[in-house]
Design a protein around this ligand. Structure first.
Ligand SMILES: [Zn+2]
Ligand SMILES: [Zn+2]
Length: 264
């Protein structure tokens, strides 16, 4: 299984997962035109998307999900409550994403080939209800994608712990947010229980989720105004070292560039 973050941040999120013949896109927060550019950078044929999974209904995650499903015929997996969201209106096919349960995804082009990609969704606190994090499993390898969470939830370790690749939100530095340019109500929202993880909160989540199998950590959804890559990197590396996981590779997912395709 290979995972590649195509875009990450408040201007749009999308992550491509290729598992055997099965291609899954987690969130489609870019315009179709921009997405096409990212697909090209990832050497991926956009029409080969089999499945789309939506973490929540905010536009930076859901924007073109219905349009991409219509264009490619991909099944759109989403929580029932999001099915009337305008972003998903044109979807070719919708499948209910059940919180706390697993969906087995196979390629629509080669349904008999290889083992399925197992998609598990779990609810996390954020001000778009419901918002979920994903665990993806294929042939014994596990990846977790967790962004847009307002506060750490210690019990997540039971289901999302010890992935091989972990994509985790490191949204803001609490001091930079406090003294930064956002209006007071937006500051309150970002820092609140329905907002986003600060670097310190993300480090606490990392402590809950990191295990001996972790080999790559991707820092995601960094705020362009309220964070600096070196701050997020610093605290992430410090936390990993404390856990005896100093060998883990740490990357930052960018807003305007695709990451390399990570072998999970
Ligand atoms: Zn977001
Ligand atoms: Zn959000």
């Amino acid at each position: 299984m290979r995972l590649q973050v195509l875009s990450s941040g408040s201007r749009g999120n999308a992550t491509l997962v290729r598992a055997g013949e099965t291609n899954l896109l987690v969130d489609v927060g870019l315009s179709l035109r921009e997405l096409e550019t990212r697909f090209e950078a990832a050497s991926f044929e956009g029409r080969n998307v089999d499945h789309i999974a939506l973490s929540h209904g905010h536009l930076d995650h859901a924007r073109s999900s219905g349009a991409l499903s219509k264009r490619t015929g991909a099944s759109l997996h989403l929580c029932e409550r999001l099915m009337r969201n305008r972003s998903v209106e044109r979807a070719a096919r919708m499948e209910t994403l059940r919180i706390g349960s697993t969906s087995s995804l196979v390629s629509s082009r080669a349904p008999e080939s290889g083992s399925p990609l197992e998609l598990f969704a779990i609810k996390i606190p954020h001000d778009a209800d419901p918002t979920v994090a994903f665990r993806l499993e294929h042939e014994g390898r596990r990846a977790v994608i967790l962004t847009d969470m307002g506060e750490p939830v210690p019990t997540l370790g039971a289901t999302l712990g010890n992935a091989h690749v972990l994509v985790l939100e490191f949204n803001h530095c609490a001091d930079m947010l406090r003294s930064g340019p956002y209006p007071p109500n937006l500051k309150r929202r970002v820092a609140g229980r329905g907002g986003h993880l600060s670097n310190v909160q993300a480090a606490a989540v990392l402590e809950h989720l990191a295990g001996p199998d972790l080999h790559t950590l991707v820092l995601a959804h960094l705020s362009e105004k309220n964070n600096r890559p070196e701050l997020a990197l610093g605290i992430a590396r410090e936390t990993l070292a404390k856990l005896g996981l100093g060998h883990v590779r740490v990357l930052i997912a960018a807003q305007d560039e695709v990451t390399e395709a990570l072998e999970v």
